[in-house]
Write a protein that binds this ligand. Sequence first.
Ligand SMILES: Nc1ncnc2c1ncn2[C@@H]1O[C@H](COP(=O)(O)OP(=O)(O)OP(=O)(O)O)[C@@H](O)[C@H]1O
Length: 341
Amino acid sequence: MMEICDLNVCLTDFSLKNINLKVKQGDFFAILGPTGSGKTLLLESIMGIVPLSQGKIYLKGRDITRLPLEKRGIGIVYQDHALFPHLTVMENIFYGIKYQNKNHEELKENAVCLIGQLGIKHLVNRFITNLSGGEKQRAALARALAVKPDVLLLDEPLSSLDPNFREEIRDLIKKLHMQTGITIIMVTHDFTEAHFLARQTAIIHKGQIEQTGTVSEIFLHPITPFAAKFVGMKNIFHARIENNQAWVNSLSLRITDNQNGEYIGVRPENIQLIFEKNQDINCFQGSVSKITNQGFYAELDIKTQDIEWRTIITANMLMNLKLKQSDIIYLSIDPGDIHVF
Ligand SMILES: Nc1ncnc2c1ncn2[C@@H]1O[C@H](COP(=O)(O)OP(=O)(O)OP(=O)(O)O)[C@@H](O)[C@H]1O
């Protein structure tokens, strides 16, 4: 549906290199990456705001690489909403319709329907400056969708919102995607957001795509240390793999058969904490080196020989166990939970 072929953008100090992506009709696609990785620049290239030094962009089979934004069939919701402050909500939503080469009556009906779906009927005569962050985001979504674009681009749609609105708007975006079936490409630095909303995802790092796949594929099988870290695999170590053993410094861990690579990764939630050594295959003694209370849960750093592991436990469990720094504890790791890449 949207195909990005060999896209390159060269700026003075930054480049997007050989970007290839395919987004299917009706899909929700997340481009995930840390700050400065090139996410917004990629959206801007899709919109035609920054010139490509190489590459093609196709939308529904049409080559849109050189078309002006209004002819591309793309709607966008910016991080800061970018609504017109001197216009009312209604005027903002209807603004783009007059520039469309489509049936205006149909688009107006569609806009009215969106106003209902987004729950902003009571706000239509208000000016933008008087709205809350969540209300602005609803108005921005209605404005972008009012012209019935073929694809909707969302630039970090939740990051500027107060945490109270974040969940509400996240649910709303999901519902809207299901109701309209529109193709969405969202950029975000938050894997949890992508996990909740998207089906397909691409991880971008320093202007290059590191991995693409379904959200669960990338969550379960990251293929680079960067991707692994990004999806919450906090224990990533350089390792020497020999048959079904992984050596990290002087520690040997049993892994499942037929795996090969240079790194191992273990999720903190997959490390079990126990008080006595048992017969588990990977059971190691360690000592608590740091406890970081995070409210509902706590992060425990545990040192075994020369390796520091990050584990998590619930706040309740931490209280019950009365754990403190330097306490001796055992870690148990199932070989199936050790990922090699
Ligand atoms: N028009 C431009 N001219 C020169 N450099 C630019 C331009 N736009 C972006 N950059 C640079 O390109 C790099 C990537 O920027 P981009 O805004 O795409 O990052 P991002 O992944 O969206 O980050 P964030 O999550 O912080 O928004 C940055 O180093 C930025 O300074």
